[in-house]
Design a protein around this ligand. Structure first.
Ligand SMILES: Cc1cc2nc3c(=O)[nH]c(=O)nc-3n(C[C@H](O)[C@H](O)[C@H](O)COP(=O)(O)OP(=O)(O)OC[C@H]3O[C@@H](n4cnc5c(N)ncnc54)[C@H](O)[C@@H]3O)c2cc1C
Length: 413
């Protein structure tokens, strides 16, 4: 039986392990941390993320923890005016084949972890940081921080933004800071006044800052995530910050937005970073996946969805004889890079749109406000509607076919 090592037990690594095990491989997941946990609050999953979870056999499980979102609502954060809403209604669900949902990050993680624990082909190794790799004939030798070495048919680097596997494979240094801090807090819904509760994901766009909030954990909590272009010094991740700092940072927003922000307690802050997209993230029997391959700003709310898509595409392509693995990893890289780079650009471009000032903000509001529900659905079709995971975007979903064509092309090479 072929053996594949996955570096990193994040959402991407666990999803890859599940897919690869279903494809018949034995999978060893090496996680640097001593236990398997995922920090953070809410996560939005568009239909493409749910399609990927369904392909991994987790459709029913994710539905149990998911809160369907009623609309994506865009507000002018200064005037408090409603600009536009994208309904995530029956038309949206029919067009894209799944709802748009929010889940608690820890619950999604637990679901993937339990599925891995229930799969006899998967071995989970905590406290096993991957330190490097070297080719070993037509296999790969994986060096762990524990001093152990594993020889496998492939290594999948799913070790996140600061990936050690990427450092060796791409070598592009430290991530690039976006000059933005995102603050996060979750609030029990009982503390949210009735008139401020909704089933929407809501954006309040302001000059150089914006504020997003949505319900999570079956609607029991409200997830608050304001961001500000405040050029933070250094990089930090999950740093506790005083509520007063958040209030001051968003003082320019309208009373409705500020009322919600005042509900937040135990705020934490992250510096936003990403990396320039690269064309090649494969090296012989080694490939990257998820944030290790294409780390992006979270403004498209797609990083985890893309990691799940990566896992499904990779597992589909690695249903092959061991001698074809290298070619299939190249094919995986080729079919994923266009789509992931496009989402990366969208996430970056969102800053200009959401943080616009004065005339630019008025022009944005006018343009968005003129869009119908159908226009908005068409606008996101390439992003939310992907269900074949490898068309590279740029059109309506094309169920079935493309993955098989990619495999055929790889075989023909
Ligand atoms: C504020 C915020 C909000 C977001 N919201 C959304 C959203 O709404 N929807 C969405 O789809 N995405 C969202 N994302 C993006 C999403 O969280 C990430 O893209 C996703 O979690 C990436 O998963 P991953 O498994 O690739 O990486 P990670 O989650 O970073 O996992 C990497 C794992 O590898 C381990 N590791 C690291 N180095 C090593 C090593 N050398 N050896 C072994 N193990 C190692 C780590 O401990 C970790 O367990 C958001 C991100 C942020 C920051």
């Amino acid at each position: 039986m072929t053996e594949i090592v996955v570096a990193g037990a994040g959402i991407g690594g666990l999803a890859a392990a599940l897919g690869l095990a279903a494809a018949g491989h034995r999978v060893v997941v090496c996680e640097r941390n001593a236990d398997f946990t995922e920090l953070g609050a809410g996560i939005q999953l568009a239909p493409n993320g749910l399609h990927a979870l369904a392909a991994l056999g987790l459709s029913d499980e994710v539905r149990r923890i998911a809160v369907p979102v009623g609309e994506l609502r865009f507000m002018d954060g200064v005037s408090g005016a409603h600009v536009v809403s994208m309904p995530l209604d029956e038309r949206y669900r029919a067009r894209f084949g799944n709802p748009y949902v929010v889940v608690h990050r820890g619950e999604l993680y637990r679901l993937l972890l339990d599925a891995c624990r229930g799969e006899r082909r998967i071995v989970l190794r905590p406290a096993s940081p991957v330190h490097g790799y070297a080719p070993e004939g037509d296999r790969v030798r994986v060096r762990l921080g524990t001093g152990r070495e594993l020889v496998a048919d492939a290594l999948i680097g799913a070790d996140g933004l600061h990936s050690t596997v990427r450092a060796q494979l791409v070598g592009d240094g430290e991530p690039r800071t976006a000059g933005i801090t995102v603050y996060r807090s979750i609030v029990p819904v009982e503390r949210v006044p009735g008139e401020l509760r909704s089933r929407s994901v809501t954006w309040w766009a302001g000059p150089g800052r914006h504020f997003v909030h949505y319900p999570i954990a079956g609607g029991r909590y409200l997830n608050l995530a304001p961001s500000a272009e405040n050029r933070p010094a250094g990089t930090f991740s999950g740093r506790p910050v005083a509520a007063s700092e958040v209030q001051e940072e968003f003082a320019a927003l309208c009373p409705g937005a500020r009322r919600l922000l005042r509900l937040g307690t135990e705020w934490r802050a992250w510096v936003l970073v990403d990396r320039e997209p690269v064309a090649v993230w494969t090296d012989g029997r080694v490939a990257l996946l998820g944030d290790a391959a294409h780390p992006m700003l979270h403004y498209a709310a797609q990083g985890a969805c893309l990691a799940l898509e990566d896992a499904v595409v990779l597992a589909g392509l690695l249903r092959c004889a061991p001698e074809r693995i290298g070619a299939r990893l190249l094919r995986y890289n080729a079919v994923r890079r266009g789509r992931t780079a496009r989402v990366h650009r969208l996430a970056r471009a969102s800053i200009g749109l959401w943080h616009a000032r004065d005339e630019a903000a008025r022009a944005r509001n006018a343009a968005l406000g003129a869009m119908s529900a159908g226009d908005l659905h068409t606008y996101v079709a390439w992003l939310h509607g992907e269900r074949d995971f490898d068309t590279g975007g740029g059109g309506e979903p094309e169920p079935g076919g493309a993955a098989r064509r990619a495999v055929a092309a790889a075989d023909a090479e």
